[in-house]
Design a protein around this ligand. Sequence first.
Ligand SMILES: *Cc1c(COP(=O)(O)O)cnc(C)c1O
Length: 384
Amino acid sequence: MEGTSYIELSKEAVENNFSYLNSLVGPDTLVSHVVKGNAYGHGIDTYVPLALEKGAKHFSTFDAHEAYKVHQVTDGKVPVMIMGMILNDQLEWAIENGIEFFVFEFDRLRECIKVAKKIGKPALIHIELETGMNRTGFEFDKLNEVLRLVHYYPDQVEIKGICTHYAGAESFANFFRVKAQFQKFKKGVKFLAKNNLKAERLHTACSAGAVRFPKSRFDMVRIGILQYGFWPSQETYIEKIKPVGIGDEDPLKRVISWKSRVMDVKTVNQGEYIGYGMSYLATSEIKVATIPVGYGHGFSRSLSNTGRALVKNSRVSVIGTVNMNLMLLDVTHVDGVEKGDEVVLIGNQGDLSISVASFGDFSDQLNYELLTRLPRDIPRKIVK
Ligand SMILES: *Cc1c(COP(=O)(O)O)cnc(C)c1O
């Protein structure tokens, strides 16, 4: 059964972004495709097979549940790495299926050694270092104990990586903090190497790190937002296109579009209020289109009287309050709008486009937040 709106993923855009990414990081750096948050709203089930088809060789998730989904969708053919949450009782599944995961505290480290011993397979771990974000990661004074355990159980742990995460590489304001983290990371890696602990890969960079700080790329980058065609921040975009000059095209293409259809059209007389309450008064006779998408579908209520949409190649305004399941568009100046016409909430129509960023500016949400809040039950499909 079709829903009231649908999401399209562009194959061409994925191809374009992957080739940009590969040329950015070069052949020696592996790209891990971060698909947490339901692949940033794009849908794991739809996006992951598409990414695979276009050459993705490694995926990262936040938790074990997402990793399970990716593992299923890819038939276990591609490495999957959990960067955050895995319950102790999920470790057996992970180790059995060769799922990689971050280790940043001793309970998880000891537990995975125990499970690895029990099932006779090594745990594939990434040791996360605390370098200044103060979120997760081993403090340096804990590294001797890490070394002791890892060296004591060589058959139970395989060190796939040593890693850290920057506290906001997308903003110049954080430059000194990020730089200090980079230096601390190198120090930690050196210390571990001196004590005979070498990892298959070092990795620290998210999209912003990979774009702004080439040295942060090491052997692998963990790329989320960029692969979907979005810059991590306006600042990153401006910095990146500056050398080639204003007016140059954005090298990224948005993968996602969000569309619906006109449900009804009617004329409202001058002096009437529209929808709930009195937030919009028709100051002249207007034509109103009803769209079956509301805050219950992920179209923020803060877009009441401010949001935009595309209908019949025209940009039109949301009027009145956004309801749970409906919103109203002012289509007074668009000829021939009819029930069933395509409505673009995010994406392109004709020469016009509505970017997630502009949508986000209106509703005061980050790209990241808006995308990941797109409900899971909106059908996703792949288009050219
Ligand atoms: C989300 C996340 C990333 C990817 O971030 P983007 O800015 O979307 O590229 C990388 N590393 C970690 C640890 C993350 O949590």
